[in-house]
Design a protein around this ligand. Structure first.
Ligand code: BDR
Ligand code: CA
Length: 347
């Protein structure tokens, strides 16, 4: 299998059609921990962070990094640099797991998307490494400390492999009951339309990188919502939206231009799905998507279905560990892209 299509971002629409006020906008901001396998644009995680940074409905308590798209060290270096560019170094960054719980590098893993298995030192981000380093506390300790200090109030937005979340759950008794919500970009559901995987026939990348962690996190009983490939396949970031974003000329949109101009000059039809951006957007405005309540479990057995998500409207024999959660399967793309572009272009 060759490289998976560029995993980027988003955005969208006619700026005159500014997004309607999000449901809940008048209420207190969601306190979130942003857990990410970050890489500088055009990676989707970076566009998801831009959206979060520009959304007053979200209060980012901290960012935790994990191996996925690249190593944890690369994720950390890149996110620190993007925060520096955005002048948001007030947000602390915590280093998390550098490898999945059990899943090891294989010839297959090295030949498909992602360098989660890499121990290479991170390359310098554009403009060089950020001045401010990561915090000394680990991602897992930060998650535990923050959730315990704010019981029932913290939402974890997990847009990479679920290794950090699983490790925190394993470390701290009763933690799951104190987490308000788990927002996950991940999975692909054969029981819903458009449910093929993107790394194996049925597995989605984030879940496949750490199936054991995903199983722990999704079985924990935390109120959860999933943004799987079924719904992200109905999104596409293209030159139309890129042009609107770079026209804004902010420090972040200039970074986008620097990183993406050559790609769109070479191929004006280039584009890609908006995975992590959609997960963040639907926390801000759940009415962007249509969801089904499914009982969900993860196949963590080594074999052809390793790392697949399975979802059923009812429990099934063999799936007794499955927990019921909200699984997105359709999106109002014009409204989503308009919201995304309007926010990412904010000064
Ligand atoms: C997911 O995998 C990662 O490469 C992306 O950042 C996204 O979180 C999509 O399968
Ligand atoms: Ca990601």
């Amino acid at each position: 299998m060759t490289a998976i299509p560029i995993r980027f971002f988003v955005c969208a629409a006619a700026l005159s059609l500014a997004a309607t006020p999000a449901a809940g906008q008048a209420t207190a901001a969601h306190k979130i921990i942003f857990d990410t396998d970050f890489v500088i644009p055009p990676q989707d995680d970076s566009f998801a962070l831009m959206l979060a940074l520009k959304s007053p409905e979200l209060q980012i308590l901290g960012i935790t990094t994990v191996a996925g798209n690249d190593s944890m060290e690369r994720a950390t270096a890149d996110v620190l640099r993007v925060l520096e560019i955005a002048k948001r170094t007030d947000i602390p960054v915590y280093r998390g797991a550098n490898m999945p719980l059990l899943h090891e590098k294989s010839d297959f893993a090295a030949s498909v998307h992602g360098r989660w298995w890499s121990d290479d030192p991170p390359p310098a981000p554009p403009g060089g490494f950020a001045e401010k380093p990561a915090e000394r506390e680990s991602a897992m300790d930060f998650i535990i400390r923050t959730v315990n200090a704010n019981p029932g109030e913290v939402t974890i937005v997990a847009i990479g492999p679920l290794t950090n979340v699983a490790m925190a759950l394993r470390q701290e008794p009763g933690l799951a009951k104190r987490i308000k919500r788990l927002v996950v970009m991940g999975g692909a559901f054969a029981s819903l339309p458009d449910g093929a995987g993107n790394v194996t026939p049925n597995a989605e990348f984030n879940i496949w990188v750490d199936p054991e962690a995903a199983r722990i996190a999704l079985r924990a009983g935390i109120p959860s919502q999933l943004t799987p490939l079924n719904v992200t396949r109905k999104t596409r970031f293209s030159k139309e939206w890129y042009d609107k974003i770079v026209a804004a000329k902010t420090p972040l949109t200039e970074l986008v231009r620097e990183r993406m101009a050559a790609r769109f000059e070479k191929d004006p039809n280039a584009g890609g799905q908006m995975y992590d951006q959609l997960a963040v957007a639907t926390l801000i405005d759940p009415t962007l998507v249509t969801s089904a309540d499914l009982f969900v479990d993860v196949d963590a057995n080594r074999g052809p279905s390793y790392g697949t998500t399975v979802g059923g409207r009812k429990p099934w024999g063999g799936g007794e560990g499955a927990q019921q959660m909200s699984v997105q399967h359709d999106v109002d793309f014009p409204r989503f892209i308009n919201m995304f572009v309007e926010r990412v272009t904010r000064k």
